[in-house]
Design a protein around this ligand. Structure first.
Ligand SMILES: [Zn+2]
Length: 258
């Protein structure tokens, strides 16, 4: 049988940019898409939740959703930019105080982090109430094996910068943190990656809750969990996993790019 006569394309790779403006536009497009997806996944809870993307030029500023606007309606032109003092420097809508307090401290503590995602999704917050890390019980959750923290405290709605600093400390060098009695927070080297870790971590919380409700889940051994983490938990794997979702939401809701 003759072989294929067309070369197989290489896997997609994160894009490179000629200008800051191009890179900024790209991050904002991914951010708007992430909000639309979070809405479709049912991660909205009233006015709670925020995803941020660091500005490529002014590294102490980040782009974020305007306060009290549905994720389902957010387009690129709705995104606001906030500086290190919490002032809105682009856009005319207010920022959620908790978004500024948490995300500014995470972005400040982690210069490698381009984006951070937080929402009060149902399985994440249910799992968070147990005050436990996730166990390596599925292939997918191994992305978080020895790569997530627990903020083992709850003191009310996060409104002061010290609390944001403590959350950043609990995150440490990892890709995510469980905020006890509150929910999940994930970070990434791209918006794509941070959004994907949030989506899959939420589902991993759901999987462990289901498995423990039904019986006693078998844990993957430490060696296999570490190997699997290296296969599914890297920056590129996180970025790549978001691409089908991005394609889907842009085809479905092209106005998000407006
Ligand atoms: Zn919250």
């Amino acid at each position: 049988m003759p072989g294929p006569d067309v070369a197989v394309e290489p896997l997609p790779a994160p894009p490179a940019f000629e200008t800051m403006e191009e890179e900024r536009r790209h991050r904002k497009q991914r951010l708007a898409a992430a909000f639309r997806l979070f809405s479709k996944f049912g991660f909205e809870e009233g006015i709670a939740g925020h995803i941020t993307a660091r500005d490529p030029e002014f590294s102490d500023r980040f782009w974020v959703n305007p306060f009290a606007v549905s994720f389902a309606h957010i387009s690129v032109s709705d995104l606001i930019c906030v500086d290190s003092a919490g002032e809105v420097v682009v856009g005319n809508r207010p920022v959620n105080r908790a978004a500024f307090v948490i995300h500014s401290q995470v972005h400040a503590a982690r210069s490698d982090v381009t984006a951070a995602a937080h929402a009060h999704s149902i399985y994440g917050k249910s799992w968070s109430a147990l005050g436990r890390l996730l166990d390596p019980i599925t292939q997918d959750v191994c992305a978080f094996y020895e790569d997530h923290g627990l903020f083992d405290d709850y003191t009310g709605v996060v409104v002061d910068l010290e609390e944001g600093k403590r959350i950043a400390a609990a995150l440490g060098d990892s890709k995510s943190v469980i905020l006890r009695n509150h929910g999940l927070l994930t970070v990434g080297h791209s918006v794509d990656e941070a959004a994907w870790w949030f989506i899959t971590m939420e589902r991993s919380c759901q999987a462990q809750l289901l498995a423990e409700a039904a019986g006693k889940p078998v844990r993957i051994g430490p060696q296999q969990a570490a190997l699997t983490a290296s296969q599914v938990g890297g920056h590129y794997a996180g970025w790549l996993s978001f691409q089908p979702l991005y394609q889907k939401i842009v085809r479905e809701q092209p106005d998000l790019l407006d």
